[in-house]
Each structure stands twice: as structure tokens, then as C-alpha cells.
Write a protein that binds this ligand. Structure first.
Ligand code: HEC
Length: 131
């Protein structure tokens, strides 16, 4: 399995397609982008034995379901669903994955962070649905 960071087309990123607030951007950067974007900072443990396979396959799966660097590929419905899912997943404590927050303590989201992300996602859903 290969560790890749596909080239980023700046016209396709979520930042170029939606109005991403600085607060939401900071949360993506701290807690999501290592798996859900093409900006993965591959950690040292991604070089080591069986753990590496787990990390690489998580990143591949994560990019497949939602890639913030390739947001432009999503039609309006899919964007809306993904915005809804982001909020649900963080409120339920499903995302970021536990294995990740254990290895990257700074990626844990506070109740306030979750609310910030949900408020942003909900307002963008409303905005794009009215376009
Ligand atoms: C360690 C890697 C990792 C991190 C970090 C991570 N995710 Fe995920 N995420 C995954 C994987 C893997 C899946 C696919 C899970 C599956 O469907 O099996 C996923 C799935 C999702 C989905 C789709 C769930 C569904 O409805 O099918 C959403 C939305 C999501 N993540 C949001 C986020 C958000 C928001 C963050 C940051 C707050 C985040 N993730 C951080 C690995 C990660």
C-alpha cells in the first residue's frame, strides 16, 4: 500500500467551494485533514510494520468517503449530506477516530469545538441550499 498525497487542485478544495470560517478551518486542520484531505502529514508510525497498514488504509477509506481537497467533485446534495454527517460524526464522538486522538492529543475536540463545527456546517447547508 502506498502513502500518497495526490496533487491538490486549488479550485476543488472545500475552502474554494464553501465559505469556510477560520474557526472551522482550524478544526479541519487540527483534527480532520490528516485523513480527509490530500494534505496528510504522514506520522512516523505510518512507517512501522502492521500499524502502517492500518494508518494507510484508514486514510484511503477516509478520503474515499470525504475528501476535503476534492470537495468540488460533490454535487449540491452530496455536499449537504457531508456537512450534515460532519456534525453528526463529531457530536457522536465518532470522529476524529479514537486511535487518532490517542496518538495526537491536540486533535481532540471540546464541546465548544463540536458546536463551532456544527454551527458552521448548518449555516453552510442552509446557504448552499438557497443558491
Ligand atoms: C485517523 C483518520 C481520521 C480522522 C483524523 C478523521 N476521520 Fe472521519 N473517517 C475516517 C474513516 C476511516 C472513515 C470511514 C469510516 C467507514 O465508513 O468505515 C471516516 C468517515 C467519516 C465521515 C463519513 C461517515 C459516514 O456517514 O459514512 C465523516 C462525515 C467524517 N469521517 C468526518 C470527519 C471529521 C469532521 C473529522 C475531523 C473532526 C474526521 N472525520 C477525522 C477517518 C478519519
Amino acid at each position: 500500500m502506498a502513502k500518497t498525497n495526490p496533487a491538490i487542485d486549488p479550485t476543488q478544495t472545500i475552502e474554494s467551494r464553501l465559505q469556510v470560517s477560520p474557526q472551522a478551518e482550524a478544526i479541519f486542520d487540527r483534527s480532520c485533514n490528516d485523513c480527509h484531505s490530500n494534505k496528510t502529514r504522514w506520522p512516523w508510525y505510518s512507517n512501522v510494520g502492521p500499524v502502517s497498514w492500518l494508518v494507510i488504509s484508514d486514510v484511503n477509506d477516509a478520503r474515499r468517503v470525504m475528501n476535503l481537497s476534492e470537495w468540488g467533485a460533490y454535487d449540491k446534495d452530496k455536499q449537504s449530506r457531508r456537512l450534515r454527517d460532519m456534525c453528526e460524526q463529531v457530536q457522536d464522538g465518532q470522529m476524529p477516530l479514537n486511535i487518532y486522538t490517542q496518538l495526537h492529543p491536540g486533535s481532540k475536540l471540546s464541546a465548544e469545538d463540536k458546536q463551532t463545527l456544527c454551527d458552521w456546517a448548518n449555516s453552510e447547508r442552509a446557504r448552499i441550499s438557497s443558491l
